[in-house]
Ligand binder design. Sequence first.
Ligand SMILES: O=C(O)CCC(=O)C(=O)O
Length: 234
Amino acid sequence: MESPTCNLEELKRFVVKDAPQTVYYIPDFITEDEESYLLQQVYKAPKTKWTQLSGRRLQNWGGLPHPRGMVAEKIPDWLQDYCEKISSLGAFGGKTANHVLVNEYKQGEGIMPHEDGPLYHPTVTTISLGSHTLLDFYKPVSCREGETPQTEDNRYLLSLLVMPRSLLILQDEMYQHLLHGIQGRTHDLLTEQVVNLSSTGVLLGETLTRGTRVSLTIRHVPKVMKMKLMLGRK
Ligand SMILES: O=C(O)CCC(=O)C(=O)O
């Protein structure tokens, strides 16, 4: 499905200038009522919809991305509305998001640094619900030998503070080249390495206490398998 408006021009004022290209951070993208509604829907999903991983649990909506194509499943209306709203900003080059991961992190939980990989259109959009977190960015391990050991610490580059109800859009180098992760911490000290502080209303040197955060990671999977219904055919 195509989306009506196809450029991110209107969002230019939300670009985080102190990060590599390109980060859009949009505070209060949704209202408190929308946040409560979305949390209610997330927790209304059947228990079987949750997958428990180490350090978080998740719900997968839209199908399982696969190199041969995702067998698309209908996204429920409560998520579809946000897929359409974000896609209409032009986040996916005119296409409509067809995949949503719901991650729940309890206080102290996180996700290892990783890349989102080639199965998605190279844009990731995230709505945060319930709590802030710090999203940390790392350079990839380089193949060059003879350098100092490449630890997570010395590959760390910067962090973004994502507040509840915000929308984060990552593209270009931030998506294609860098890894992102969330440290399993209960408190976050806001240092100069948090490069979007000025658009969050939080001050340098403050410490924020994490609560349970639910994130909606909304993406477009370009390769979808066209499954013909073979039932009843000889
Ligand atoms: O919760 C987030 O903001 C990050 C989620 C993420 O990186 C992922 O699901 O791959």
